[in-house]
Design a protein around this ligand. Structure first.
Ligand SMILES: [Ca+2]
Ligand SMILES: [Ca+2]
Ligand SMILES: [Ca+2]
Ligand SMILES: [Ca+2]
Length: 497
């Protein structure tokens, strides 16, 4: 009591003194007992109880992000919005001012997304995490194996897709900040079809089944032919169409995104291949990045086993020995010219290697490797081999040209065995063989880099080999049904290439 009285006297004296002669005897406050940073959950209370040294008639001001929020010594911080906050405590007395800045991270209990099966979800981060460095994602728990988390190079926002409903838990972190991301997947209201749903384009290169599969009728336009191809390919009961010679193509799509399941093949393209009758079609895939339902997005190449060279195909040496052109051209171009007529010029002689040559100089072609020549018309198929609905007098195709896989076992041009490539093509292995199933993870971008596609909506297939095989005619890819393997419950492991 006595001491306090003396202290009070001293203070009174000191203030008089300071008034009179400007001598400062009050010590400036010093803040302690606060950390530089805290992390709390949304809506959780953080009680801040600083200790102030030289706390003589001090004033306290708490500022949250520049705005005054309290004038008390203690302060309870609580925020419902996750993010970064800057809290400043200023303590002042006559002796001076001290200031402490505290960073507070408010974490959400979970970042929540909702989506439906087979649709792409963009995992947009909340504002307070956007732009952070070292963002890392981790899969915590999934309702099924039929899902994909995908972060593509050059695509800022990661994507997620699942084929089965349920809850999928991910974690996203940035340094000390860790958030649970919960994705609730519900069943799409309309049951998707496992099979081709749309055909967008069709243009075969000249070939012996062109104008027959599907059937051309006088007056048909390009659009009419696309409709006819759709009639053939859409659905479970699909029938075969021809892509003609090298470069001829078809573009089709599904009514949902086929999930690229890790470690498994994802879709199958059927054709009419069987042992020693492989006419590989190069497969391109795409997902509907701009969401407009049309195949106007970037295309990716399914890297088949010989897209960069056929040296590893088991028939390679035999093809070399038989004089095949075993080059692989990554940027091949070939132009076919409309034939002048369909009247036979000569009838080939049986067993001479020219048997079946019904018109020798039938369809002129040139390529960007300085070669040119004529496609022949064989005896068996007498209709025009040139797509009759095309008004142009020439058609140019571009793409990859594979090594010639047709090996003439007779040595006289009469008995060709069309060897199958290892993997990654259409119409290359029989429809029941795993070889007709494709893993979306085989896709590469235009620079040859592996991509990390979440799934695909669109497929383009074009004939990959330019070769005439005696009486069997040109190498021409045929396409039938295509299907989503996951939807049909087929689980086919991938092979690493
Ligand atoms: Ca896959
Ligand atoms: Ca699109
Ligand atoms: Ca064919
Ligand atoms: Ca075929």
């Amino acid at each position: 009591m006595k001491q306090r009285f003396i202290l009070a006297l001293l203070i009174v004296f000191a203030s008089f003194a300071s008034c009179k002669d400007d001598t400062e005897v009050v010590q400036a406050p010093i803040i302690s007992g606060l950390e530089n940073g805290y992390t709390v959950l949304e809506n959780a209370e953080l009680k801040l109880t600083p200790t102030i040294k030289n706390d003589n008639n001090s004033t306290y001001i708490w500022q949250l992000d520049g705005k005054e929020v309290a004038k008390t010594l203690d302060y309870v911080f609580v925020q419902s919005t996750p993010g970064y906050y800057k809290l400043v405590l200023k303590v002042a007395n006559k002796g001076g001012v001290d200031e402490k800045t505290i960073s507070i991270v408010v974490e959400s209990k979970e970042i929540r997304f909702e989506t439906t099966t087979h649709s792409l979800l963009l995992l947009e981060l909340p504002e307070y995490m956007k732009g952070n460095e070292n963002i890392e994602w981790k899969i915590v728990e999934t309702a099924s194996e039929i899902y994909r988390f995908s972060q593509m190079t050059g695509v800022e926002t990661p994507m997620f897709i699942a084929a089965k409903e349920g809850k999928y838990l991910l974690q996203v972190s940035s340094g000390d900040l860790k958030e649970i991301v919960s994705i609730v997947v519900t069943k799409a209201t309309e049951e998707p079809s496992p099979y081709i749903a749309n055909v967008f384009d069709y243009l075969p290169a000249p070939g012996q089944f062109v104008n027959k599969m599907p059937q051309y009728e006088a007056g048909d336009t390009h659009a009419d032919m696309v409709v006819k191809v759709a009639e053939a390919l859409v659905g479970e009961d699909a029938s075969i169409i021809t892509l003609g010679g090298w470069g001829g193509y078809v573009t089709f799509g599904f009514d949902h995104t086929i999930v690229n399941v890790a470690g498994r093949r994802d879709f199958r393209i059927e054709g009419n291949a069987y042992a020693n009758n492989s006419e590989p079609g190069i497969i391109m895939v795409s997902y509907d990045a701009n969401g407009n339902g049309k195949p106007d997005d970037e295309w990716y190449e399914i890297k088949g086993s010989a897209n960069f060279g056929a040296e590893n195909e088991e028939w390679y040496q035999s093809a070399v020995d038989h004089g095949n052109d075993v080059n692989t051209y990554r940027n091949f171009e070939m132009t076919y010219y409309k034939p002048k007529g369909e009247t036979p010029e000569e009838v080939g002689q049986e067993g001479t290697g020219t048997d079946g040559a019904y018109i020798d100089d039938y369809i002129r072609w040139t390529n960007n490797k300085g070669k040119e020549g004529y496609k022949v018309k064989n005896k068996t198929h007498t209709q025009s081999y040139y797509p009759l609905w095309e008004s142009e007098n020439k058609i140019t195709f571009k793409g990859i040209r594979l090594a010639q896989n047709g090996v003439d076992e007779s040595g006289q041009g009469s008995f060709f065995i069309l060897k199958s490539f290892n993997c990654g093509y259409a119409d290359n292995h029989s429809n029941i063989d795993d070889g007709s199933a494709i893993d979306i993870d085989w896709a590469i971008d235009k620079d040859g880099n592996k991509v990390n596609l979440p799934g695909i909506d669109f497929v383009k297939v074009y004939t990959g080999v330019d070769q005439e095989n005696g009486w069997a005619g040109e190498n021409s890819t045929e396409i039938g049904k295509a299907s989503n393997l996951h939807m049909l419950g087929e689980s086919i492991n991938t092979i690493n290439k």
